[in-house]
Design a protein around this ligand. Structure first.
Ligand code: BTN
Length: 244
């Protein structure tokens, strides 16, 4: 991953640039990196704070799978990101299903996967990854919910080194995922999942479900055990910890 490599000092959103390159035929592995995004986007139509100092990038992928099978990609990639971070002497960060990287409950990064698909064919996937790396302060509304690797480590980190560690893990995981799906990653993912055994609420398509997180299944879906003991699986949604 990382060839060809496109760097921009400022861009609206690396996902938008990567989508345009993908439409023009960019190959799998093409990478768009920006120092700053003025219109960074998160999941569920949210804005993504992307000042200089972070790691904001998007990869073009062309997986030989159905659109439905791409649902486990953000889950897979969040695992690759924690692997990349683990190459540094830092306390370990965790994953929060489906697409967050967290440290002590605060968000450190996130993944936004967007599809170029028609009917049953995936033409391309753009996987956007955002990591708060060398960011020392956040706007007031984010200060309580976000943190950065620099704040965790107490010093700045080399972003080129971090990027290459993440790309190496992502490429390795992705090529296995194309052949075997998410199943080989299930246990590893659960070990790094901050939700395991916790009581949560999941908001999915307008309805709210409550239960205890039992883990993820072979498709990367979150498995929740309801108070009446029934198991339910979720392909996406917003998870919050239930207050006792
Ligand atoms: C989320 O947690 O909701 C996903 C955040 C994804 C942010 C990254 S930064 C690089 C890429 N470009 C964007 O506009 N978004 C993603």
């Amino acid at each position: 991953f990382g060839r060809p490599y496109h760097f921009y000092p400022v861009v609206s959103s690396t996902n938008d640039v990567a989508k345009e390159l993908a439409r023009q035929g960019a190959p799998e592995g093409a990478l768009v990196v920006a120092e700053e995004q003025t219109g960074g986007r998160g999941r569920l139509g949210r804005a993504w704070h992307s000042p200089p100092g972070g790691l904001w990038f998007s990869l073009v992928l062309r997986p030989p799978v159905s659109p439905a099978a791409t649902q486990s990609l953000p889950v897979l990639l969040s695992l690759a990101v924690t692997d990349g971070v683990a190459a540094f002497p830092l306390p370990s960060v965790e994953v929060k299903w489906p697409n967050d990287i967290v440290y002590q409950g605060k968000k450190v990064g996130g993944i936004l996967v967007e599809l170029g698909a028609e009917a049953e064919a995936v033409h391309f996937v753009v996987a956007g990854i955002g990591l708060n790396v060398n960011i020392t302060s956040f706007p007031a509304p984010l200060e309580k919910t976000a943190t950065s690797l620099q704040k965790i480590a107490g010093e700045a980190l080399s972003r080129p080194q971090l990027l290459s560690a993440i790309l190496a893990a992502a490429e390795r995981y992705y090529s296995c995922w194309c052949r075997e799906g998410f199943a080989p990653f299930r246990e590893d993912y659960e070990r790094r999942l901050c939700l395991l055994g916790r009581e949560v609420e999941i908001c999915c398509g307008g309805s709210v479900a409550r239960g205890t997180v039992a883990g993820v299944d072979a498709e990367g879906r979150l498995v929740l055990v309801s108070p009446d003991g029934t198991k339910r699986r979720f392909v996406g949604g917003e998870v919050t910890f239930k207050q006792k």
